[in-house]
Design a protein around this ligand. Structure first.
Ligand SMILES: C[C@@H](C(=O)O)C(=O)SCCNC(=O)CCNC(=O)[C@H](O)C(C)(C)COP(=O)(O)OP(=O)(O)OC[C@H]1O[C@@H](n2cnc3c(N)ncnc32)[C@H](O)[C@@H]1OP(=O)(O)O
Ligand SMILES: [Co+2]
Length: 139
């Protein structure tokens, strides 16, 4: 089951500048900054009620964020949905004909296991599924 929009990912060129900008916009500071080397990103998170804004800066030239900014410029990169059971949801969406970018859940930022769906099947919007690791461990 899909539970809510967990976060919206925004690709930025310069994290420090964008963190300042979003801090002014929201009138609050980011609650964490975390590098996810396996994704080639540095992230910063702002809590916005039930959901979060994730700023993403590329940490190397092969990063999906570097490629995205090269092609499209800065802006909304993905929408992440929290799911109750990521493996079940991946199986369901695969059977519905969506293309999973990763076959197995992988470690994301902010204590989550994540999986991406290819934007070609989802009207050009990159979708991330995520489940908190605590929930998975508790099973
Ligand atoms: C830390 C974690 C977390 O929250 O926990 C994160 O969010 S990590 C967030 C960073 N990680 C990821 O994004 C991982 C999943 N992403 C990927 O695997 C990749 O970026 C793909 C989405 C498969 C695209 O890679 P690929 O090498 O195919 O790049 P490409 O530049 O040739 O793009 C192929 C086509 O997809 C489009 N495309 C690329 N990125 C897109 C995006 N974010 N939203 C919508 N469309 C996108 C391109 O414009 C292009 O369209 P045309 O063919 O029409 O020109
Ligand atoms: Co994300």
């Amino acid at each position: 089951m899909m539970l809510k929009v967990e976060h919206i990912g925004i690709a930025v060129r310069e994290m420090e500048k964008s963190k300042d900008l979003f801090s002014k916009l929201f009138n609050k500071t980011a609650y964490k900054e975390e590098a996810v080397e396996s994704e080639g990103v540095i992230t910063s998170f702002f809590q916005m009620g039930e959901t979060k804004i994730e700023l993403l800066e590329a940490s190397n030239d092969n990063s999906p964020i570097a490629k995205f900014i090269q092609k499209k410029g800065e802006g909304i990169h993905h929408i992440a949905y929290e799911v109750e059971d990521i493996e079940l949801e991946m199986e369901r969406l695969k059977n519905e004909g969506f293309t999973l970018i990763n076959d197995k859940p992988k470690k994301g930022a902010d204590n989550k296991m994540v999986c991406f769906l290819h934007p070609k099947d989802t009207n050009g919007v990159l979708i991330e599924l995520c489940q908190e690791i605590r929930t998975i461990d508790a099973e």
